[in-house]
Design a protein around this ligand. Sequence first.
Ligand SMILES: Nc1ncnc2c1ncn2[C@@H]1O[C@H](COP(=O)(O)OP(=O)(O)O)[C@@H](O)[C@H]1O
Ligand SMILES: O=C(CO)[C@@H](O)[C@H](O)COP(=O)(O)O
Length: 620
Amino acid sequence: MSSIQTVLLEGPIDFVGQQLADSITFYLVSIAGAIAFLVGIIAGDISLTAYTGALLFSAGFGFDLSTQQIKVIAINSKLEPVLQANVEFDVDTPEYQTRKGVYTNPDLNEVYAPVAMWIKAFDILLGKMQDAGLDFAKVKSISGAGQQHGSVFWSADAERLLASLNPDLPLEPQLSPKAFSHDMSPNWQDHSTAAECDDIEQEIGGADVVAQITGSKTHHRFTGPQIMRVRHRHPERYQRTARISLVSSFFASLLLGAIAPLDVSDVCGMNLWDIPNERFDDKIIEFVAGGGQAEKNKLLQKLGPVEPDGGKTLGYISDYYVRRYGFSKDCAITPITGDNPATILALPLRPLDVIVSLGTSTTLLVSTPVYKTSPSYHMFSHPTSKGLYMGMLCYCNGSLAREKVRDEINSIKPPSDVSDVWSSFNEAAQSVPPLGSTAEGKNKLGIYFPLPEIVPDCKAGTWRFMSDETGLREARDDWDVPLADARAILESQNLSMRLRAGPLLSSNGQPRRVYVVGGGSRNPAICQVTGEVLGPSEGVYRLELSNACALGSAYKALWAVQRKVIKEGVYESFEDFLSQRWDEKTMINSVDEGYRKGVWEKYGAALAAFDAAEKFAANS
Ligand SMILES: Nc1ncnc2c1ncn2[C@@H]1O[C@H](COP(=O)(O)OP(=O)(O)O)[C@@H](O)[C@H]1O
Ligand SMILES: O=C(CO)[C@@H](O)[C@H](O)COP(=O)(O)O
């Protein structure tokens, strides 16, 4: 259900530099925050949590255009969330008939989403916030996040249409279909570009070389191979394309009323950007464009510039939103980045801290000053801080794979708690020992890929194994399907991360803190198994606002307009800005103790068998 939650309302105060007003507000906020959670008003499909007599004050907006929904978080100048809202594609834009936000064509391994649906959903989201009484004039700065790698193909009419939007009409019919040369955006779950990936790697010198240049080996979902495939399959659409945006810069373009530059971090998800040299790689661009220098130049024009400063004001909000919704004409639009880069901005990460994002995809994220590449993970430029990088592991089979096991369990054992569809799954996961060990000392290891997986590069399938010191064999009657799958899938997802995250962490691969974010982080069994397998020395913490990337984006929006000037051209870093204002006590909660002596070591000892199980699956 789509919802708007106003969790905090403040009186009208000026935006910057009102120390006294801000400290008064702070106390109001603390009381109000408590009251806000107690008072709920349900208005149709909009749920409001508010307290009476206050005017909404919001300083920064962070949007998130993700796989299944579009979300927004508004924060005040204390970085406290004041409003959350979302629109879910399958539910709120049913006319597009997507499932989980996408269309699939299994014959060709294609996954894609209609661009018009995202615009329509944005119209709905703004309309709902307006109906809920949000005073858009208070919004000083907007940033956001987009699902990574997806591309939007603009037509030659796009700039004119974006610049002349009529405020009496919604956005979608004014832009779709004329502003686009291709109505679909390839989605990050797409696996149709195996040939393009192989060809690029062969041309450039192999997976290691491509990873050294672009931060990742070629991946099916990355935008360069996807653009190459659009050029092959739809040559006339490719030729008619004037500009190509990522989902992130597409969203910024909607807000600006002009095509926005690519973001410094999200551009690293294309396999086209030379991270160390901060430019598009000539050789890869020429190969993806096909046809020599002329085609290469055309592709560079289509891609347009990359904005190196994540805190730059790209421009001010389009007049369309000023006249239709009452935004201030001074509302700054700052670069919108990828959902994972935005997620690392939601927490003040220290070395050895890890974020595990449990959304549709599962991602493991770290922030590091070391640019050390490998074909088994990704490096991205940091979204705000030059000299830092984001290390990432990404899995397609995240929440949807867990949901599949949950549904199988529910079909034989309906949820014991009717208010929690995960209750039977959780009971099954929490009632067995680590690795589902039998009395004879045999361990259960499962691989659950309803979708083809990224790491390991593996076709769809489910594999179950029993393992002991004599080796690994496929399970037969000794596996209680589906009940034993509950713990096994959680262990499998965490063992895979533990196997690969080592080089991004300490010498023994043990993290300090694990922060869990995203929809799945609400689940106690998931948090427990994450703590047991990854074994963070300081435990597992949940970010209480589940949409971390919208929150990180809102922080970035505020930093962009409030960062202090240290000297000409040098600004206060995002890290300093956040650490001075971030209040750990209100933002995160301890959800698992983490390292357990003996248990972490037991999982460590199972890693070799798990590696063998993955290799078996990948080669079968
Ligand atoms: N209590 C829960 N236990 C496990 N998974 C959950 C729970 N609540 C929500 N989820 C999962 O969270 C997913 C959505 O997470 P979210 O972070 O909003 O995803 P995205 O940003 O990819 O749209 C859903 O697929 C759902 O299965
Ligand atoms: O492909 C990746 C990262 O490389 C995914 O993480 C997408 O960015 C989509 O994320 P969610 O919809 O799960 O938030």
